[in-house]
Design a protein around this ligand. Structure first.
Ligand code: SF4
Length: 332
């Protein structure tokens, strides 16, 4: 919902300012449209239904997995693809994975979004509307910016959306922004008063391999990125989650676990090992045995490490996959 547009329309209609807050309260609690907002006058509800789109996004496709994961491909008013995922966990958590950009200007080689053409930054309403879509289906309590795009390259809009997430039931402490290591954004997040968690997509401790997997490493080398994360921790006192996607024969050896452990202070970093969802790229995922051995070696050397539960494998619920499957001609 574009709240600025809503406020403008209400002003045009001569309505008091508090009407916008009333409408937002309904939307944040999962209302399906203006028509159900029973504390707004009927005539106003009708006028708003006609003049203010209830969402900035239209659903193009929706996929449901047996484990409860729901992946949605939206498009914006100017036709840009955007995807978001709801993950439902056995302990009851309902976590949404949000996109910050349509496509991504960075070109990580293991990532389907990285193979798409970059569209543009999403606006704050377009980010929030992904969350509102799932809120209309039920409660939501966690959010991670791990969908399409590098959130730190669109931080103003990401933070503007984050400010509103608690109204939907997602506190700042249960919100995480994941970056490939965009240092200016990490520094800004450290100074922001919202206690949002930082996650770092690291994927390789070796500089040459990391640059190969994530060309952004040439611009922001890993030692500087680690320094920025340590500075974030010093200010926020919140552990940084390291995301490490496990690629068979690429970054999953004992020696690489040791190299990773060497650069991570266990007081500051916690490692999440991510089984790779093959995206039609040149990579295959590490075996469960290799992942377990990597985790054991890491923990033996210091940093705590967990293996992320895979959700929604059969619906390609990994970064960029649904949109990429539709946008990239077969065979590329
Ligand atoms: S992993 Fe993230 S930063 Fe890298 S190409 Fe994919 S969306 Fe962009």
């Amino acid at each position: 919902m574009d709240l600025k547009l809503l406020e403008g329309k209400l002003a045009e209609l001569g309505e008091p300012r508090y009407r916008a807050a009333q409408a937002w309260r309904w939307a944040a609690r999962g209302a399906e449209g203006f028509d159900v907002m029973s504390d707004l006058p009927l005539g106003l509800r009708e006028a708003l239904t006609e003049s203010v789109p209830f969402s900035t996004l239209a659903v193009e496709e929706e996929a449901h997995a047996a484990d409860g994961t729901v992946k949605v491909l939206f498009h914006t008013a100017d036709g840009r693809p955007v995807e978001a995922v709801l993950m439902v966990y056995r302990d009851g958590r309902r976590s949404i994975c949000l996109s910050s950009q349509s496509g991504c200007p960075l070109t990580c080689t293991f990532c389907a979004t990285g193979q798409m053409r970059f569209g543009r930054n999403l606006t704050a309403p377009e980010i929030l509307d992904q969350a509102l879509h799932f809120r209309r289906r039920g409660p939501v309590d966690h959010a991670v910016f791990m969908g399409m795009g590098e959130p730190m390259m669109n931080l103003d809009n990401v933070l503007a959306a984050c400010e509103r997430l608690p109204d939907l039931g997602i506190t700042h402490r249960r919100t995480a922004i994941s970056t490939i290591g965009w240092i200016p954004g990490i520094a800004r997040l450290a100074k922001n008063p919202m206690p949002i968690r930082l996650a770092l997509s690291l994927h390789a401790a070796d500089p040459a391999l990391r640059s190969e997997l994530m060309p952004v490493n040439d611009r922001y080398p890993l030692p500087d990125v680690i320094g920025a994360c340590e500075a974030y921790y010093a200010r926020k006192r919140r552990k940084v989650f390291v995301e490490y996607v496990m690629l068979a024969g690429v970054n999953d050896s004992f020696a690489q676990a040791a190299q990773l452990a060497d650069i991570l202070d266990p007081r500051i970093f916690k490692v999440n090992l991510i089984p790779y969802n093959p995206t039609g790229s040149q990579f295959t995922g590490s075996s469960p045995k290799a992942i377990a051995a990597f985790r054991d070696e890491l923990e033996r050397r210091g940093p705590r490490a967990t293996v992320r539960l895979t959700r929604g494998r059969e619906i390609d619920a990994a970064c960029g996959q649904l949109a990429a499957a539709r946008m990239i001609p077969a065979g590329r």
